[in-house]
Design a protein. Structure first.
Length: 342
């Protein structure tokens, strides 16, 4: 067993007793008489601690914790914690992860994440934030975009967790450990964080031409025309359709198994489109395609009206010509008549 692990587990087992029982201090001295005269550290926040010294009154046969900052002694750890709060030495909530440690730098999740998220650590790209129920971890990609989130909630030393990928909560089936409240070793937590770091995200199925044909959604062939995939990041280089049952994480390849299914449909749509725009039913067509269709219709009508206009002008010319001929005849007749009358 490594030194690191041992110190965590010692802290862990002692923490259980500390939280279970206000008499924890007396029990602790009973189990660990070597702690008499030793320092203890109370962390109301993970980045703030108070120093105490355990001492034993042999006459009273009772252990006390001497609080350095306010020069007072307390019979229990909880009295010490309440005392510090009443003195206004820390305000607001007490972190669920906070507890009493036997070292000023407890080997806990916080120090693990802090250490591994720096430089060439295992958790590069993670930003950690303390929240009232525990810890919130934000996972960023190379482009500094927030992609995943994890909350580790603490109830005493028992931890539960929840993971989000692109704002979607992951189901337990996609996670390596149960999510419920349970005792977890630091190694398990480390493995869990590493697993989340390594998770590949599904960004949906791409088929450029189909976006043009179908637009914002793909609908089913059934009567209801239920959409089964929606377009995301429209007009961006990462524009893609995401299946309504997208898994959000990838097991194999570059896409989740449900988004993979869309590809065949998209090929069909593309082939049908190549065979002629009319094969796209109006209800399924994208706005762009509908506009194109309308433009096409307009052009047809325009061509027809040009033809009509041409016919009209031809007729007009013919009529004018005929009228001219008539008037010519008339004037000839008139001339003749006038001549004859003269
Ligand atoms: Zn249909
Ligand atoms: Zn997917």
């Amino acid at each position: 067993m490594s030194k690191r692990k041992r110190s965590f587990e010692t802290t862990e087992s002692e923490s259980i007793k500390l939280q279970k029982n206000v008499k924890a201090l007396q029990e602790l001295i009973h189990i660990r008489p070597d702690l008499k005269g030793k320092k203890v550290y109370f962390f109301p926040r993970l980045n703030k601690y108070f120093e105490g010294i355990i001492f034993y009154d042999a006459k009273e046969k009772k252990a006390y914790v001497y609080s350095v900052i306010n020069d007072l002694k307390y019979e229990t750890f909880s009295q010490w914690m309440i005392g510090l709060k009443n003195w206004g030495l820390f305000k607001g909530y007490r972190s669920a992860l906070a507890t009493i440690f036997l070292e000023p730098n407890p080997n806990n999740i916080v120090s693990l994440v802090q250490k591994e998220s720096l430089g060439e650590g295992k958790f590069v790209g993670i930003i950690m934030q303390e929240i009232s129920e525990g810890l919130e971890l934000h996972f960023f990609d190379e482009k500094k975009k927030l992609k995943k989130k994890m909350i580790i909630s603490a109830r005493g030393i028992f931890l539960s967790y929840k993971v989000w990928v692109l704002d979607q909560v992951l189901q337990e089936i996609d996670l390596p450990f149960p999510v419920r409240v349970m005792k977890r070793t630091l190694d398990k937590i480390s493995n869990l964080i590493q697993y989340i770091v390594s998770l590949k995200i599904c960004y949906g199925q791409r088929f450029e031409n189909v976006v043009q044909i179908r637009g914002n959604q793909l609908v089913g062939n059934n009567k209801e025309h239920c959409p089964f995939a929606f377009l995301e990041n429209k007009n961006l280089p990462n524009e893609a359709y995401r299946h309504v049952d997208c898994k959000f994480i990838i097991k194999d390849g570059n896409i989740c198994e449900n988004c993979q299914k869309i590809y065949k449909t998209m090929q069909q749509i593309h082939r049908r489109f190549l065979a002629g725009v009319n094969s796209t039913k109006t209800v399924h067509a994208s706005k762009e395609i509908l506009i194109e269709k309308i433009e096409c219709q307009k052009k047809l009508i325009k061509t027809k009206s040009v033809t009509i206009a041409n016919i009209r002008s031809c007729l007009q010319k013919k009529i004018e010509k005929e009228e001219g001929e008539i008037s010519d005849k008339m004037s000839t007749i008139r001339l003749l008549a006038e001549t004859h009358l003269a």
